[in-house]
Design a protein around this ligand. Structure first.
Ligand code: HGY
Ligand code: MN
Ligand code: MN
Ligand code: MN
Length: 423
């Protein structure tokens, strides 16, 4: 491309690009699987290792770093006045299974770097810049996405967390404790009302828009809403050789129709923006046995709350009918994880002005991915900065953004933060 991202030569502050990229490279080794990307699922040992690496690295830079009971890493100046309202900067360091190196982690490393640069400046500011790595944003192993940001903002459902296990039966509480948190102390992870003056999250776009238009910076206007639907299809297990086709209640055949019904919500029916079944598990999962039971997890997303609710209702109706038609029992459990969320006008303005100051073109855009910012938005004004994703690919090992764009995004975060803490 002919993109020119020369950094201004004036004495405006900049992130240390070599440090930003080397810290990212170091963390990428944690949970790396040869030829299969990175698996660093939330509340597990690799996420804790990434946190420990960052804590150690930024303590050496003179900053204070601690893990809270929800497994969040918090990095700030040692001498920070704890009563000062905070400009919180962050994202997450957990990944999906076979994920990329940038989703979440990029925003956390940049946030730490920005806090380090601002601390070195030693200026008086109205707000204290603090970096956070939220735990278990993805919910890939323990299906409680946004665990850390819900904990920090006092929105966790403790009863739900207490009974939750992963697919192997390990309790969330056990994993959290091994990772340095403590479910018994989870209320202590919640910050008091009013302590967050604003939250800024830098993230890769995870879609094709910025790359297609050759624009380095996205200013997020709104973030999608998302509902997760846990579905169980109960059929009748039997012999694959002797049971006549007419007498079968095959749970997998019904589940296949469930997958297509979910897909149609966003395609032919146009009820929501996107709809996916990403997870399917059958029993007993043996070649010569008619499947007796299948569990699926579907998710649907849209930028408008009323459309999301209408799509939920349509799915419930269609799956009830499908149960009758296939002679199976289909149970559904709907979890509205997030509602569509607007960013704050003032924080958007700070990001756009920062990009202008740095000579970077920018585009106001929508996020089809979910972010911790949505959770924090219930307690504080939020803003988000995007940088392009090569080929629009994310939640895959091929996820990539060029180094100069990663640096441009971090500088934009720095300049937006500078404006916000001093205004
Ligand atoms: O799935 C999401 O959109 C988020 O990245 N967890
Ligand atoms: Mn993700
Ligand atoms: Mn993410
Ligand atoms: Mn502008």
């Amino acid at each position: 491309t002919n993109r020119s991202l020369a950094r201004p030569t004036d004495d405006a502050p900049h992130v240390d690009s070599a440090q930003l990229l080397s810290v990212l490279a170091e963390i990428s080794r944690i949970g790396a699987r040869t030829g299969a990307g990175i698996t660093r699922t939330g509340l597990g040992p690799e996420e804790a290792q990434a946190r420990a690496y960052l804590a150690e690295r930024y303590r050496r830079e003179g900053l204070a770093a601690r893990t809270d009971p929800a497994g969040n890493l918090i990095v700030r100046r040692r001498e920070a006045d704890p009563a000062k309202p905070v400009l919180l900067l962050g994202s997450h360091v957990d990944t999906v299974v076979h994920g990329g190196r940038l989703d979440g982690t990029y925003g956390v490393v940049a946030a730490c770097e920005v806090v380090r640069v601002l601390a070195r400046q030693g200026m008086e500011s109205a707000y204290e810049p603090v970096a956070v790595a939220f735990s278990n944003e993805e919910g890939a192993r323990f299906p409680y996405p946004f665990f850390g940001s819900l904990g920090l903002t006092g929105q966790l459902d403790i009863a739900c967390a207490t009974t939750m296990t992963d697919r192997d039966g390990t309790a969330l509480s056990t994993a959290l404790r091994a990772a340095g948190g403590d479910l018994d102390m989870i209320e202590a992870a919640a910050w008091p009302d009013g302590s967050i003056a604003g939250y800024l999250e830098l993230h890769i776009e995870q879609g094709p828009v910025l790359e297609d238009r050759n624009i380095p910076i996205g200013v997020v206007e709104a973030i999608t809403g998302r509902t997760i639907i846990d579905i169980t299809v109960q059929g009748v297990q039997g012999h694959a050789g002797t049971t006549p086709m007419s007498l079968r209640r095959d749970a997998l055949v019904a589940a296949a129709q469930v997958v297509l019904a979910v897909q149609r919500l966003a395609t032919t029916r146009g009820l929501c923006a996107v709809s996916t079944v990403g997870c399917l598990d059958g029993e007993p999962n043996v070649t010569n046995v008619i499947p007796g039971m299948v569990r699926l997890t579907a998710e649907i997303r849209d930028g408008r709350a009323e459309r999301l609710r209408a799509a939920e209702r349509a799915l419930v109706a269609e799956l009830s009918a499908l149960g009758s038609a296939t002679g199976t029992r289909i149970d559904m459990d709907l979890r509205p994880v997030t509602r569509p969320t607007q960013t704050d006008h003032r924080l958007r303005e700070a990001v756009a002005t920062a990009a202008d100051d740095l000579g970077l073109t920018h585009l106001e855009m929508f996020s089809g991915a979910g972010h911790d910012a949505q959770i924090v938005a219930r307690s504080a004004p939020i803003g988000m900065v995007f940088v392009p994703s090569r080929g629009g690919i994310s939640h895959a090992p091929q996820e990539h953004t060029d180094d100069d764009l990663l640096v441009a995004g971090a500088d934009t975060l720095l300049h937006a933060a500078l404006r916000l803490v001093t205004e």
